[in-house]
Design a protein around this ligand. Structure first.
Ligand code: DGP
Length: 111
């Protein structure tokens, strides 16, 4: 499915890509909610975590998110990984992605 993230992966739409592997692309969120706010996106389209299967490489996705946190220098101070799913989850782009949020304390529970 051709979402905005597919266009970022194919470089049709510019983004601040700060990390890439054969499996994922990571780029800065256009509307950052924290000093560090990076989206980690699988190159292979998956609509969301609710439709992911064991065929999808979720391990690479999560390990890439942890690597992004390391690169951004928030590993020691701490950070949050978020996957929004569906309407109540606040998902606005139908292409699975992990938010890496850091650089400030995070509230719990989320609003
Ligand atoms: P979610 O609500 O979990 O589906 O998050 C989607 C995020 O994608 C949201 O925080 C804003 C971000 N976003 C949407 N369009 C673009 C874009 O064109 N470029 C970048 N860098 N981020 C985008």
């Amino acid at each position: 499915m051709d979402t905005i993230f597919a266009k970022i992966i194919s470089r049709e739409v510019p983004a601040d890509i700060m990390y890439e592997t054969d499996q994922v692309v990571a780029f800065r969120d256009i509307n950052p909610q924290a000093p560090v706010h990076v989206l980690v996106v699988p190159k292979k389209w998956v609509k969301g975590i609710e439709s992911a299967t064991s065929e999808d490489d979720l391990q690479s996705l999560l390990l890439a998110a942890a690597e992004v946190a390391r690169i951004e220098g928030v590993e020691r101070s701490g950070y949050r990984l978020v996957i929004n799913s569906g309407q109540h989850g606040g998902q606005t782009v139908d292409h699975l992605h992990v938010h890496v949020l850091g650089g400030r304390p995070m509230a719990w529970p989320p609003g």
